[in-house]
Design a protein around this ligand. Structure first.
Ligand SMILES: Cc1cc2nc3c(=O)[nH]c(=O)nc-3n(C[C@H](O)[C@H](O)[C@H](O)COP(=O)(O)O)c2cc1C
Length: 199
């Protein structure tokens, strides 16, 4: 049991957060996850799972220290089944899997059922076990997007039609819930844990 804003909650909630090798929206997602962690304080346990490229990009954006400081465990992909995220999701260790931000690589593999990385395997196996999967593709709609580099400069990128079409495939799929913006993350947690305002 834990108390939050005079409400009592049953147990500690556990969530797996997957981070792919995606610089776009990485900083914004991290800030939102730190806020979420603060809102739910001791009632929420978030374990971080970085893809191999996710680790490279996290180092490039210099966020490894913050991940280790704010979240209970930080795992790095070795292969599709280790760390054993897919198995732990199927065994009910986590309430849901959140993959944010998601590269076009992870999105397109998931759209076609390819499971050769830790996070694509986790997403597909979670769906088979009816554990909800939330994914934030950065290449969400066709057009252009502007991303921030670690040194603060802007980088304009094209979002390819094919990548946006893969997102539409995920939207049509059972058990996975794609979303577009880091600001939507708190709403996902409130859906599972309770309706709380960030204090
Ligand atoms: C610094 C850096 C930033 C990157 N940012 C992105 C990105 O924003 N979106 C994307 O789709 N790929 C990006 N990539 C490329 C992916 O990391 C690469 O496609 C990788 O194979 C993705 O693997 P994963 O989906 O298993 O994490 C970036 C690579 C580097 C080195």
């Amino acid at each position: 049991m834990f108390k939050l804003n005079n409400e009592t909650f049953d147990a500690k909630h556990r969530v797996a957060w997957g981070i792919t090798g995606c610089g776009d929206k990485l900083r914004e997602t991290l800030e939102m996850m730190k806020d979420v962690k603060e809102v739910y304080a001791g009632g929420l346990d978030i374990e971080v799972f970085l893809s191999k490229a996710g680790e490279q990009v996290a180092k490039y954006y210099r966020i490894m220290g913050e991940l280790e400081e704010h979240f209970s465990r930080v795992w790095v992909e070795s292969d599709a089944n280790s760390p054993f995220l897919a198995g732990r999701l199927q065994l009910g260790d986590f309430e849901f899997l959140l993959i944010a931000p998601a590269t076009s690589n992870t999105v397109s593999k998931t759209a076609y059922g390819i499971t050769d990385t830790m996070l694509t395997n986790a997403a597909i196996q979670a769906m088979k076990a009816m554990v909800p999967v939330y994914m934030m593709p950065t290449d969400y709609r066709e057009g252009t997007t502007v991303t921030k580099l670690p040194d603060g400069r802007d980088l304009k990128l094209k979002v390819r039609r094919e990548d946006a079409e893969n997102v539409r495939k995920l939207v049509a799929m059972d058990g996975i819930f794609p979303f577009e913006r880091p600001e939507e993350i708190l709403g996902i947690f409130t859906k599972y844990i309770g309706h709380k305002e960030a204090s």
